[in-house]
Design a protein. Structure first.
Length: 93
């Protein structure tokens, strides 16, 4: 096993859980969405050349065919309120 391997099924530490809750709260407030809307926050690892080592992905699922995705090229613990605001207000292609 290489040292760069990150087990996606490993238990998350309390810092990651707290960061996810914080990011979800900021997202709900910024987008003025209620508690019935699903907000998912995940930290992904990337091993491709030129890709940041960690990326935080925010999914906002308002319906079965209505999902918005925001990516922040930082680990969850490093994401700030300003990062979430910038990602949530950025216009898509």
């Amino acid at each position: 096993m290489s040292q760069g391997f990150v087990n996606p099924l490993a238990p998350k530490g309390p810092g990651v859980i707290d960061a996810a809750r914080r990011i979800k709260g900021w997202t709900r407030t910024m987008l003025a969405i209620d508690e019935t809307t699903v907000v998912s926050v995940n930290e992904l690892a990337c091993h491709l050349p030129g890709c940041p080592p960690r990326e935080t992905v925010i999914l906002v699922m308002t319906g079965p065919n209505d999902t918005r995705q925001f990516s922040i090229h930082k680990a969850m613990a490093e994401v700030t309120h300003d990062d979430v605001h910038a990602a949530a207000t950025q216009e898509g292609p």
